[in-house]
Design a protein around this ligand. Structure first.
Ligand code: PMV
Length: 318
């Protein structure tokens, strides 16, 4: 017997400008990456719905500390389905994005699961509903998220964003490539966001200047991306990295990764992406040299890839 099932997928993201400062009102620029999360919801026998990812299985009703975001999304969706129509289901999650790497894996999981489950239960699966559900899931995980990860995953492409609002999806005549290298160190976004809030309390005026400078950089990156000025993007990455280091979210390990990349003159600029404290670095590379630089990095770091900026955000899969 074939079981009824729905599959949706959503991309991870990288932040080109404005991480952390976006939480405090800065404009920011993020892009979808060519790595996705797939979520399949399928009907099952029995009375207990479950979530499965790799070897991990947890029942929806279990408070075992796993799948916190997805469980809260699923419970909220089910609460809108009349009891007599409720069926048991399995949500199975397959991800190409390492978790804790600053590449938006939790947002992509939340978007893909919210999309697949709303459609499975027959509720509206319009973008706004998926966004709201996925954002609520992010709140469970990160406390005070800006919504940038969820927005980038839903919209795809390159976006200019301010807390809670998509300002513009930036149209690129010809997509460009960026190098992404995971440092191998996982970290928790919520801890870093809390650390930055403390820095802001201590240095309110200087912090505000950094928020303003981050907004200016975001507009410059948006323009440089439209005009394909890769040198400009590289130099803005350098400034952003210095500011992120000042607020305490860079680490010696990330800085040595950046210095390692700068050994190659084709690297035009590099910065941490996402919450920092570990996680990943992105770099803009002279066109045509992306693969050799990736090979250079792959010898010393566990996971790296070259991404074009995919236009597509979340989508339904067959
Ligand atoms: O590291 P990630 O993928 O969780 O990105 C976090 C981005 C922050 O700006 C630090 C937080 C936020 O909600 O925007």
């Amino acid at each position: 017997m074939t079981r009824r099932s729905v599959t949706a997928s959503a991309p991870g993201k990288i932040i080109l400008s404005g991480e952390h400062f976006v939480v405090h009102g800065s404009y920011s620029v993020a892009a979808a990456i060519n790595k996705r999360v797939l979520a399949t919801v399928q009907e099952i026998d029995g009375s207990r719905s479950r979530i499965v990812s790799n070897d991990l299985v947890s029942h929806l009703g279990s408070d075992d500390g796993t799948f916190l975001g997805v469980k809260s999304i699923a419970r909220s969706i089910i609460s809108n389905v009349p009891r007599k129509n409720r069926e048991s289901f399995e949500i199975s999650i397959r991800s190409e994005i390492p978790s804790g790497a600053g590449l938006g894996s939790s947002a992509a999981v939340n978007v893909a699961c919210a999309a697949a489950l709303t459609k499975f239960v027959g509720l509206s699966s319009k973008e706004e509903e998926i966004q709201k559900l996925a954002f609520d899931g992010e709140r469970i995980l990160h406390g005070n998220p800006s919504g940038l990860d969820v927005q980038a995953s839903i919209s795809g492409g390159l976006i200019l964003f301010k807390k809670g609002t998509l300002i513009e999806k930036i149209h690129l005549e010809r997509p460009f490539k960026l190098l992404v290298v995971f440092s191998g160190k996982k970290r928790r976004t919520s801890k870093l966001v809390a650390k930055v809030a403390k820095i802001r309390e201590r240095y309110p005026n200087h912090f505000q200047r950094l928020v303003d400078s981050s907004s200016a950089s975001s507009f410059e990156i948006a323009l440089a991306a439209k005009t394909r000025n890769m040198e400009k993007i590289g130099s803005i990455f350098e400034i952003a990295q210095a500011n992120l280091s000042w607020i305490g979210v860079s680490t010696p390990h990330l800085e040595s990764l950046i210095e390692f990349l700068y050994q190659k003159q084709e690297v035009l600029g590099a910065k941490l992406t996402g919450a920092g404290g570990g996680g990943s670095v992105i770099a803009v590379i002279k066109e045509g040299s992306e693969e050799p630089i990736l090979r250079h990095a792959s010898g010393s770091y566990p996971f790296g890839f070259v991404t074009e900026i995919p236009e597509e955000g979340f989508r339904w899969e067959k």
